[in-house]
Design a protein. Structure first.
Length: 428
């Protein structure tokens, strides 16, 4: 949707939820104030709302506790950046669309296939743009791979293999102790919460092919009470006799290593501070991140495999492996004329072609991208830039993540979960 008043002035946006992901997207406005300005915030947590308002110089008349309060007033921005929790995505976005806001929406778009399709219908009915935060499309690593495919360098795609290795400390903080540990509570499966990116990449790289069959296997095998090592307690700093040697120690990961502060310490991502003693006391008492990883209320899988067949005959697989030593995303694409293989975190990939000359088997070109430190391989702010371009009527990139282009990856994820639970091959 083109906004005439933004052709010379910055696009304006209101934040829906002031969590860590929303702040990353909003930081584009700090780096490019001539293109984007944050003019409002919706956030039920009073401290978080106040800190976000201070950071972006938002007046009290543009600070709201709920979307209902926001839409009760005349539209105060061109767009909304929605970084709420998964199960809130559709319920908060539908009224925004009706009120005239275009929306940049954190992934997954919804927690059921019906929700996602309802959102798509609403966006079409109101003539609004909804862009999903599939930021990995914008990472130079994946962008360059897609360019090679589009140029025909490996011919027609035969197979795509991807895997995501979720590190032991990321698995523990997000999918065992944290917000996405229980599907019963957060409504998203592990696959959709963590690997929605990867399923989207598979469909994006396979371009016009439509997924037609999905099968999946996985379970929660390790992080259960019956798998707890001898000596494990219920909390790392209260009754655990193996804390000193345990790689999942809350003290080691969240205090000594300083990892994942934006999850563990309330409003840490907005500058709120806790003393060392306050942190230790929180982990001893009521902070959920102080719990033993074998004695939590987690119910999501800790490993899962997905197999996909497309209407052009190509196949794809994705493996999510939880609690690995090293975090990384791997990809291997085989075409009729060659193949591409790489690891995103290495910042490079190789392009191979058959070479039947005497003494040879294949040629190999190493393509170095460089590793970025601004999140998701450098894709986060490139996504926001594309969203701004789309609403200003500028030329957007081939990476565009509008909702209609993001539905197939979501449908694969929902079908995979049905397959895993029912033991079926799901037809799309």
């Amino acid at each position: 949707m083109v906004h005439a008043n933004t052709m010379e002035q910055p696009l304006t946006a209101v934040l829906i939820g002031a969590g860590q992901r929303c702040m990353i997207y909003a930081s584009y406005a700090e780096k490019h104030p001539e293109r984007l300005r944050i003019t409002g915030v919706v956030e039920p947590d009073a401290e978080r709302r106040q800190l976000a308002a201070a950071r972006f110089h938002i007046g009290p008349d543009r600070c709201f506790e709920s979307v209902e309060q926001l839409i009760a007033l005349p539209r105060c921005a061109d767009a909304a950046i929605n970084g709420t929790m998964d199960e809130q995505h559709v319920p908060t976005t539908l009224p925004l669309l009706e009120a005239g806001y275009d929306v940049l929406l954190e992934k997954p778009a919804g927690v059921t296939e019906e929700e996602v399709l309802e959102l798509q219908r609403a966006a079409d009915a109101h003539g609004r743009t909804v862009m999903i935060c599939h930021v990995l499309r914008y990472a130079p690593f994946y962008t360059a791979i897609r360019e090679r495919i589009a140029a025909g360098e490996i011919g027609e795609i035969v197979s795509i293999q991807t895997s995501e290795h979720v590190s032991y400390h990321h698995m523990a903080v997000s999918f065992i102790r944290g917000k996405w540990g229980s599907q019963e509570k957060c409504k998203s499966s592990m696959l959709m919460a963590k690997c929605c990116h990867d399923l989207d990449l598979i469909t994006w790289l396979n371009e016009d092919a439509r997924p037609v069959k999905v099968s999946s296997f996985g379970s929660l095998s390790h992080f259960r009470p019956d798998q707890a090592p001898e000596g494990a307690g219920t909390r790392c700093l209260t009754d655990c006799s193996i804390e000193a040697s345990c790689p999942y120690s809350a003290k080691k990961n969240y205090i000594e290593q300083g990892r994942w502060g934006f999850y563990v310490w309330n409003n840490h991502h907005l500058g709120a501070k806790l003393s060392l003693e306050d942190k230790l006391e929180a982990l001893r008492t009521d902070n959920p991140y102080g719990r033993c990883v074998w004695h939590c209320d987690n119910d999501v899988v800790d490993r899962q495999s997905v197999i996909i067949e497309f209407d052009n005959g190509s196949t794809a697989s994705h493996n999510m492996i939880g609690a690995t030593s090293k975090p990384c995303r791997k990809i291997h694409i085989v075409g009729t004329k060659g193949e591409i293989e790489g690891v995103m975190e290495d910042g490079s990939f190789v392009v191979r072609h058959p070479d039947p000359r005497p003494g040879h088997e294949f040629t190999e070109e190493l393509v170095k991208m460089g590793v970025k430190n601004d999140g998701h391989g450098g894709g986060d702010l490139r996504l926001v830039e594309d969203f701004v371009k789309a609403l200003r009527g500028d030329q957007t990139s081939a990476m565009s993540t509008t909702l209609d282009k993001s539905v197939s990856g979501h449908r694969i994820g929902f079908a995979a979960e049905r397959s895993r639970l029912k033991g079926t091959v799901e037809l799309l």
